[in-house]
Design a protein around this ligand. Structure first.
Ligand SMILES: O=C(O)CCC(=O)C(=O)O
Ligand SMILES: [Fe+2]
Length: 207
């Protein structure tokens, strides 16, 4: 993978960091191919909320753990909930990206892969199922541009910004528990995802 672009967009939320175009077209394609290869053994599936409502997003995972949701709740687990098999390994390119951008001394152990198609969205939430809530969350966008919404942990005003293919952002430090979600996709804005849509990779330290 090419060295990430160090250009960074300042944002009004301390600890929220955005690297527009961190992955160039070639790096996006390489990563897309790695995700598609992983999805051959760990297929995308549609989780349900603890209340039994299907997510509009389909998910899979990579790494020793991945986040799952079902009637029993939210958690990280070492196996795919449908196949029962271990998650495929996390590509080295993602481990390198984590190092380069977060500088966190320990590697991520979990990569959640979200697939958004059509009207799929993700409601405002905090990422707080991880053991150490001081470790960063690093998020990579591939495919269609999405309108991402983010605001302070405590509530109050949120703002929307576009995340395009190749953009990388992080929730770190004072923004680690920021509320965030995906309002909608700009459908057809990219051809990277076969069949259309957007893939988001979220690297975290679960344990
Ligand atoms: O798709 C995104 O950019 C956000 C995903 C997210 O917030 C999550 O999976 O927790
Ligand atoms: Fe999240």
């Amino acid at each position: 993978m090419n060295r990430p672009v160090i250009r960074e967009t300042p944002t009004s939320l301390p600890g929220f960091r955005l690297w527009p175009g961190a992955l160039d077209a070639a790096a996006q394609k390489t990563l897309m191919d790695q995700v598609l290869a992983a999805a051959e053994t760990a297929p995308f599936y549609r989780p349900v909320t603890p209340g039994g409502r299907p997510f509009s997003v389909e998910m899979t995972g990579m790494g020793s753990l991945a986040w799952v949701s079902d009637r029993a709740g939210y958690r990280y687990q070492p196996t795919h909930p449908v196949t029962g098999q271990p998650w495929p390994p996390m590509p080295q390119t993602l481990l390198d990206l984590w190092d380069a951008l977060t500088g966190w001394p320990a590697p991520p152990d979990a990569c959640l892969v979200n697939l958004y198609r059509g009207e799929a969205r993700m409601g405002l939430h905090q990422d707080r199922d991880e053991a150490d809530l001081t470790a960063p969350v690093l998020s990579v966008s591939l495919g269609d541009t999405a309108v991402f919404r983010i605001g302070p942990a405590e509530g109050g005003k949120t703002h929307g910004l576009k995340l395009a293919s190749g953009d990388v952002c992080a929730l770190m430090g004072p923004a680690r528990l920021a509320r965030h979600g995906i309002d909608r996709l700009l459908t057809g804005s990219s051809q990277l995802v076969p069949g259309g849509g957007r893939i988001n990779l979220t690297l975290r330290r679960a344990l």
